[in-house]
Design a protein around this ligand. Structure first.
Ligand code: PEP
Ligand code: MN
Length: 378
């Protein structure tokens, strides 16, 4: 059950309600959302009459929970915004879809620096890179750990990009907080409830990846753990699930994107890299992901893909990344135009184009040049 007190409630009724719940032996969490302050009763209370709560001073609404994931459906932030390292990332909330890019693993300064610079130039808005790598084999590269986090901070700052990196244990959450801007929960750890609870206590956003065999409901329940802790900035990520199909590493479940966008307010990313395992499939599936409503993409990128320490087969070049960023802009603006949300891309581009900068370019190049200027990508 949720008691909603509306926006900026007076402290006294809120305090009185908290006392009353405690005296009734009920456990609860207080969550302050943009539009309301909520007391979420986590104890079983179906046997208690609704008026016991709805008549409490200050209570505007009592929501009886039919759902196990009320916060994942209603309570989180629709738009997650991160300002860090001199850059800004906005995911969800009807904003233009974003692209997050970078290597599977942080390998060394030169590698990370080169890929960050080129990914930024290609239009990526945040840098990804694993410092702690969950590898199926203990003999494979396990990541640079703390050294990798420090490189992410340094390179993120140099390129004005917020950074995303995976944490696998509660101890790593604390350690990573000085260096990264967005935590990633990997597919293998979606069921790691102690980790989810720890991330609920943080105030940095979390990209929560769907487990290899997780249902959509289980993904939402995992998000619920983080939200219930009071961290409202959760971004869901579809990264493919394990099926009987063997021609791709996993099967990208694009229906999950449409289902999640229907059910939940939370932003949804798609990771076509781990979904397919194959670089030639990244572009078509990126296009499809945006067309079905994803708020952005997370793509493994490397300046020398074949030499990646991990996941080499799915890494793409920054050149291909730039093409995908343009695909994203084109598809999203076409669909938003169709849905009556924005001006045509060409109009947006024309309105911000600097004539000198586009002399000699084809019309297509002019449109994208204007688009990049409009998004301050170059
Ligand atoms: C990753 O993003 O590097 C990763 C390991 O992904 P996943 O957890 O989806 O396999
Ligand atoms: Mn990887």
């Amino acid at each position: 059950m949720i008691l909603s007190f509306g926006q900026n409630p007076a402290p006294e009724p809120l305090e009185r309600a908290r006392r009353a719940l405690t005296e009734a032996g009920l456990a609860f969490e207080m969550i302050v959302c943009a539009r309301s302050t909520l007391l979420v009763v986590t104890s079983q209370c179906d046997h208690l009459p609704g008026h016991k709560f709805s008549t409490m001073p200050g209570v505007q609404k009592v929501v009886r929970l039919g759902s196990r994931t009320p916060l994942a459906l209603e309570g989180g932030r629709t738009l997650v915004e991160v300002v860090a390292n001199g850059g800004k990332l906005s995911v969800g909330g009807q904003k233009e879809p974003v692209v997050i890019a970078g290597p599977c693993a942080v390998e060394n300064f030169e590698q990370l620096s080169a890929v960050a610079e080129q990914a930024r130039a290609a239009g990526a808005r945040a840098l990804r890179g694993g410092a702690y790598k969950p590898r199926s084999s203990p003999y494979d590269f396990q990541g640079l750990g703390l050294e990798g986090l420090k490189l992410l901070k340094e390179v993120g700052l140099a390129n004005k990009m917020p950074v995303v990196s995976e944490v696998m244990t509660s101890d790593q959450v604390e350690l990573a907080s000085d260096y990264i801007d967005i935590y990633q929960v990997g597919a293998r750890n979606m069921y790691n409830y102690e980790l989810l609870k720890e991330l609920g206590r943080q105030r940095k956003p979390v990209v929560l990846k769907r487990g290899l065999s997780a249902t959509i409901d289980e993904l939402l329940q995992a998000a619920e753990y983080i939200l219930l802790g009071g961290n409202l900035q959760v971004i869901l990520c579809e990264r493919g699930i394990r099926t009987f199909e063997t021609s791709t590493r996993n099967t990208l479940d694009l229906s999950a994107v449409a289902v999640l966008k229907n059910l939940s307010n939370l932003p949804v990313l798609v990771d076509p890299s781990h979904a397919t395992g194959k670089r030639e499939l990244i572009r078509p599936l990126s296009r499809a992901a945006i067309a079905c409503g994803a708020d952005g993409l997370m793509i493994e990128t490397h300046t020398e893909p074949d030499h990646s320490y991990s996941d080499a087969g799915q890494a793409i070049t920054p050149q291909l990344l730039a093409e995908i960023v343009e695909d994203v802009a084109l598809i999203a603006s076409t669909l938003r135009l169709r849905d009556g949300l924005v001006l045509p891309l060409a109009e947006v581009a024309k309105s911000c184009i600097q004539p000198d900068a586009v002399k000699g370019l084809s019309e297509r190049e002019q449109i994208f040049s204007g688009y990049r200027q409009s998004r301050d990508l170059r």
